[in-house]
Structure formats: C-alpha cells, structure tokens
Design a protein around this ligand. Structure first.
Ligand code: ATP
Length: 437
C-alpha cells in the first residue's frame, strides 16, 4: 500500500511535541491504541468543551448524560448489534494479512496480490464477563457506541429534566470496536471517544429537524476553524442506509488519504425505542400535552468521533514552509494560547517575563520558555500551533514595552506590558472569529 507522507509527518510531529504517543510504546506498542500527551490532552479537552458548549450549554432543548460503558447485554440484542454489527472478514492465503472485504477494490490481496479466503462475518463488539465466572450467562460487551445509553435513559431524562418533545440528550464517552483494519493513525482505532446527541421529535417533524441538525453540525466544524473547501456532505444511497435509518448524511473531510467520514447525521426513526420496548417490556412512549397524543418519537442522531475530529484539526492546520513547520490551529482549539519569552535569561528579563506570564495564565493556558536561542523557541511554538508569543527584550527594561508576535504572519508589534493581555485577548478573538470588535 502507498505510504502517506503527510500523515507520517503529522504522526512524527505528534510524538516529538507531545500530542499523541503510541500506547504501551516501551513494550513495542499495541496495535491501534494511542495515548494523548500534554498537548494532546489539552486539545482534546478544548474540542470536547466546544462540542458541549454548542450542544448542551447554548441550548435549552438539550440535556447532558454520562451513561456507563457496561450495560445490560439485552441492550445489544435489541439494538441489533449482536446480530448485525459485523464486517465481512477475508484473509490472504499467502501473506496472512486480514481485510474488510467491503473495503477492497479488487477481490485479491492488496499487499501481495494473493488469493483471499471466503468472507466470514466478524462481530465488532468486544466481549467480556461480569463477575468471577466466565460463562455464557454473564457475557457483557464494551459498548460500541454511546447512543444506546441515551435511548434507555430517554424517559429518565425527559421526566427528571421536565423536557418536552422536541428535545435532545447529549453525551461524550468511550466506545470500543474490534475493527478488522484499524489505521491511518487515530482515524480508525479500536478504542475511541464519541460525541453523540440524540434528538427526539414528533414523527411528522423528522425532516425539518434533520435539516436543522445538518446545518448546525456543519457550522460546528467551521467554528473549529477547518477549511470549508475540505468539508462536504455525503448522502447515503439506498444500498448504504443502515437497517434503522430512513435518511442519512455523513459530514466528510478531505484528508491526504481521501474523503472520509467525520460524523453521521441520521434519521433513526422510532426503531431504537420500539426495539427497547419490545425487548424490555417497558413503555418508552411519550404523551404530548399539546397534541393530546401518545407516540414513540423519531430520533435524529448526530454522531461524531472526538479522536477523529482531533486528527482532522491537526491535519487541517499542518503546513510546511521553507523555514518552518507551522500548525495554524484556531485559538478555539490550540492547547496553548500564548508563550512568554525573555529574550535572554538575565538582566531582569526573566523576572519581568514571569510577571506577565503569571498574569496571563490566570485567563488562558500559557507557556513560559526561557531556554535556548529565541529563533528556535519561536519555531517550536509555531510547530505546536501557539498563536502568539510575547517577548521581553532589553527595550522592555527601558520603556516597559514588549513585543507581540503573530504565529501566522510572524510579524511583531510593541505594546505596553501593562496592556498586552488585553491586546492578546482581542487578537485571539479576531484570529478565531475573523470579526473585529
Ligand atoms: P465506518 O463505516 O467508517 O466504520 P461508521 O459509519 O460505523 O464508520 P458510526 O457508527 O456512524 O461510524 O460512528 C459515528 C462516528 O464515530 C464516526 O463518524 C467516527 O467519527 C467515529 N468512529 C466510528 N468508528 C471509529 C473508530 N474505529 N475509530 C475512531 N472513530 C470512530
């Protein structure tokens, strides 16, 4: 298979600078598991925070939830995962590599050209046992999606939060899938985090809400600062639609390895709630006071991958220039918003710089860096995507001004140290939104 140079460079930057490491590296790593380092964990927190902000805090009609990973095994029978959550697995008879048959362009091994075995159905759920005895009666699954935890809590949330339809439930959490062919770094892994929202509507209003959520979700990716030309919708054709879906769109991004799905916006109809009614024997319908009608609502789902969004943000921001590599991250997601640097580590510059740093870091994640040549220190921050640098030099000691350097233009302007935090806040806002105050 062709090597993807851009991805290789991003993987290397992530490791070198502390964004993402291979899991269990000292033991030679474990396939498709990754650990987020000091910068990665900040980026991840920022992305989850932006999602929660847009999906829960800014809306009166959505409630949050954090359901458990292990759930009653009947949930996965009701959802269809025990029977249907399978991929067609084929093996190469020659080199023994494994593939998903539906991902192959030709019916032969893409690595060595060898002959393939017949396809077998392979269930993607991780199975484990509850309690000390391993037997069929105590099988539980690591959830392959967070959505089911929402469906079975539909009435708990609706009643306790006194919500009326239309309303939604949102949650962020880990999901696990025993993928046959994980790959492209964190794009497809076996353990990942989802950011899902299920919106419950009257069956006659499904397409209105579908349009609403398509628009809202695409706007969210714009808010992350992604290149709009690299984002598009893909509508599922009849042959692609999942067994539960009436209408489905994917939000796609153009990676160096092709257009790939970031998120699904799907009309799941009343399939899930009706199945849970059938399997649990409990009513999951809703009485609509205004319509004077009892019904099982339809569900519009927005299902995004947190790790996949992180990879997208990094890939979109990555740029190589002649003299430097720069991550043009939006301040909305950048792990560090600013770095404070004394030009040299003497003559009172570190003390003045530290005062500025102590003040700024009360408001935002900031870094203090006093070691090494200034050019090298700027390059390091460019490479990790820090939008602004504040430097204390000899003139600062004379007139109380400092320089403020913009990562993207590399231009420096002087401001009074007393005032530089206000200027920084405004410049960050402008870089993020493109709107002058
Ligand atoms: P695919 O067909 O590519 O396996 P899917 O259509 O099954 O994906 P969904 O079930 O719709 O994916 O999952 C919703 C979102 O969760 C995806 O858009 C993606 O962002 C994320 N996701 C799903 N599987 C993985 C994975 N193995 N690794 C990372 N993120 C994932």
């Amino acid at each position: 298979m062709k090597k993807d140079k851009t991805m290789e460079k991003i993987v290397s930057l992530c490791k070198r600078r502390g964004y993402i490491f291979r899991s269990s590296e000292v033991y030679g790593g474990i396939n498709s598991c990754y650990d987020y380092g000091p910068l990665g964990v900040e980026l991840k927190k920022n992305i989850k925070e932006l999602w929660w902000q847009a999906m829960v805090r800014e809306r009166e009609d959505i409630e949050g939830l954090d359901s458990s990973i292990l759930m009653h095994p009947k949930i996965w029978e009701a959802s269809g995962h025990v029977d249907n959550f399978t991929d067609p697995l084929v093996d190469c008879k020659q080199c023994k590599n494994r593939f998903r048959e539906d991902e192959l362009e030709k019916p032969k091994c893409p690595v060595c050209g060898g002959e393939l075995t017949e396809a077998r159905s392979f269930n993607l759920m991780f199975k484990t046992y509850m309690g000390p005895i391993e037997g069929d009666s105590n099988v539980v699954y690591l959830r392959p999606e967070t959505a089911q935890g929402i469906y079975v809590n539909f009435l708990n949330v609706q009643l306790s939060a006194r919500q009326k339809i239309p309303f939604g439930i949102a949650q962020i959490g880990k999901a696990f899938r025993n993928e046959i062919t994980p790959g492209n770094f964190t794009f497809r892994t076996r353990e990942f985090e989802q950011m899902e929202m299920q919106f419950f509507v009257h069956p006659s209003e499904d397409s209105k809400w579908m349009d609403h959520w398509k628009e809202q979700r695409m706007n969210w990716y714009y808010r992350l600062g992604l290149n709009k030309n690299k984002l598009k919708f893909h509508e599922h054709g009849k042959d692609e639609l999942a067994h539960y879906a009436r209408e489905a769109y994917d939000i796609m991004y153009e990676f160096s390895f092709g257009w790939k799905e970031l998120e699904g916006v799907h009309n799941r109809t009343d399939f899930d709630l009706k199945r849970h009614e059938g399997h649990s024997g409990k009513k999951l319908s809703y009485f609509d006071d205004e319509r004077k009608e009892r019904y099982v609502p339809f569900i519009i789902e927005t299902s995004a991958g947190c790790d996949r969004t992180i990879l997208t943000v990094l890939a979109d921001a990555y740029e190589e220039e002649e003299e430097r590599t720069v991550l043009r991250l939006s301040p909305a997601v950048a792990p560090l918003k600013a770095v404070v640097l004394p030009l040299v580590n003497k003559d009172g510059m570190p003390e003045m710089a530290r005062n500025i740093y102590d003040d700024i870091r009360k408001d935002m994640n900031t870094f203090f860096d006093s070691g090494g040549a200034i050019g090298r220190r700027y390059r390091r921050q460019d490479e990790i995507g820090t939008p602004f640098g504040i430097t204390v030099d000899s003139q600062s000691l004379e007139d109380g001004t400092v320089t403020l350097r913009d990562r993207d233009s590399m231009e420096q302007e002087r401001y009074q140290a007393d005032n530089v935090k206000e200027v920084l806040i405004e410049k960050l806002r402008f870089k993020e939104t493109g709107v002058k105050k």
